[in-house]
Ligand binder design. Structure first.
Ligand code: UDX
Length: 436
């Protein structure tokens, strides 16, 4: 199979490299000349564990190539994936589809053979219909089938997720589309990955429904955590207790500072917009969006409490450990750390921080925060140390050194990576999420 991947960002590059690794012939296309130049030099535009080695080995055997020319890249391709960004549109929160539609037009204009065009970007219901209309409108003489194939990759675990997915969802409206997609994913059947063929609209909605459901699960357990603190229960036990029910499932029940990242915040809001457009409100998701947003600043207030209350916090010092929205990424999009830092600096607290990968992207988002070279430099003189993101590097801090370096042995653990009794026995004033 020959595959063209239009858009060499996160989803496009990971998917392209994995398809090449499965033996397909893949061309990754991107308009950004410097990105393509860097890829030719083996420099990845994103941080994702294992990606550089995967790209390198497939480039070496000639199965993975890069170009800025869409017309050249799609020549002879059986499947053309559209994997460009669909950011939130400024002002109204709808997904911005201008990049997707521009690619559709260019594909239609340049097509030299019959092909399946696959939307891999997260796109609202009905986008496939519009992509099909745009391509037809170009007057192309070739047969085109437009298919939806959403991606469920998690940052930091994207290659594993791609190669061993819980399921592959394909929304196709005709035999040609289904047959080509079957061939594209054939190598994954060997891993016994289940494949679900649906209509195009169902497939488009599955992606949003899945992300909204996971965001709901997280938000639900976060509210349970708050209740646990009030009634003297332990949220980790509650998670385990409910998660053992197969109907509920144990995953995505870790209470924390609220979800962030490139998908959940954007996709939940886009789903609300679709629901509004079709006059079919999704009130649960509305509540999830609101609760999650307010939670992030509430986490800042939790730190202020640990500093002796907002009225006493001015001039004190807090150290934030972990800034990215989750570990193993440099992604700062909608990270709870941004709201935590803002709440603290608003209250006159001096904030220093350390993150293993995220500080470069974090600095412009939190200009008043001092970025440090390691955790202990950040903790130096701190009145409270806050674990915001559960990087492995923070799971085994030298607690004696923390105590000796900080101004006060106060630890706020927003990810529950330490045990309350242990930390208190070691002389810390310790607070966490949903545990007393
Ligand atoms: C998510 C989806 O998991 C993935 O299928 C989709 O394709 C893109 O969005 P990602 O954003 O990379 O992936 O990260 P994920 O691991 O899902 O975490 C999202 C956020 O939820 C993070 O902020 C994380 O800290 C938070 N989270 C996750 C929790 O607070 N508790 C949990 O139990 C799980």
């Amino acid at each position: 199979m020959k595959i063209a991947m239009v858009g060499s960002g996160y989803v496009g590059l990971v998917s392209g490299a994995c398809f090449a690794d499965f033996g397909h012939d893949v061309v990754c296309i991107d308009k950004d000349q410097s990105k393509i130049d860097r890829l030719h030099d083996g420099i990845m535009p994103i941080y994702e564990p294992g990606l550089d080695a995967l790209v390198e080995s497939n480039v070496k055997v000639g199965r993975l190539t890069f170009t800025t020319s869409l017309a050249e890249g799609i020549e002879g391709a059986d499947a053309i994936f559209i994997a460009v960004g669909t950011p939130s549109r400024r002002g109204d929160g709808h997904a911005d589809l201008s990049f997707v539609y521009a690619v559709a037009k260019e594909v239609g204009d340049s097509l030299q053979n019959d092909a399946v065009v696959v939307t891999k970007s997260t796109v609202p219901v009905g986008t496939g219909d519009e992509v099909e209309r745009i391509i037809k409108e170009t007057g192309t003489a070739h047969k085109v089938s437009v298919v939806s194939n959403p991606e469920f990759l998690r940052e930091g675990a994207a290659i594993g997720d791609f190669k061993h997915p819980d399921r592959i969802v394909i929304g196709a409206e005709d035999e040609f589309g289904r047959d080509i997609m079957h061939e594209v994913y054939r190598p994954l059947f060997l891993n016994e990955s289940p494949i679900l063929f649906t209509s195009r609209r169902s497939s488009e909605l599955i992606k949003y429904a899945a992300n909204a459901f996971l965001a709901t699960k997280i938000t639900f357990i976060n509210e349970m955590a708050d209740l646990c603190e009030k009634v003297g229960a332990n949220v980790q036990d509650v998670s385990r207790g409910i998660g053992m029910d197969g109907r509920i499932g144990a995953k995505f029940l870790h209470a924390g500072p609220g979800y962030g990242g490139s998908c959940f915040p954007k996709d939940t809001i886009a789903l609300l917009k679709t629901a509004e457009d079709y006059d079919s409100p999704t009130r649960i998701v509305e509540a999830v969006v609101k609760v999650n947003e307010s939670r992030k600043r509430a986490m800042g207030r939790k730190v202020l409490d640990a500093l002796g209350g907002a009225e006493n916090a001015r001039g004190k010092k807090a150290a934030l450990l972990g800034l990215t929205f989750k570990p193993n990424t440099d992604d700062m999009r909608d990270s709870p750390a941004i709201a935590v830092a803002q709440t603290l600096t608003d209250a006159g607290v001096e904030v220093s921080a350390y993150d293993p990968e995220g500080m470069e992207l974090a600095q412009p988002l939190m200009p008043n925060v001092k970025m440090c070279g390691d955790p202990y430099e950040a903790i130096d003189g701190a009145d409270a140390t806050v674990i915001v993101t559960e990087w492995d590097a923070f799971r085994a801090l030298d607690l004696e050194k923390v105590k000796a370096t900080a101004n006060a042995p106060v630890l706020v653990d927003l990810r529950n990576i330490y045990t309350p009794d242990d930390l208190r026995a070691k002389g810390f004033e310790y607070s966490s999420i949903g545990r007393n």
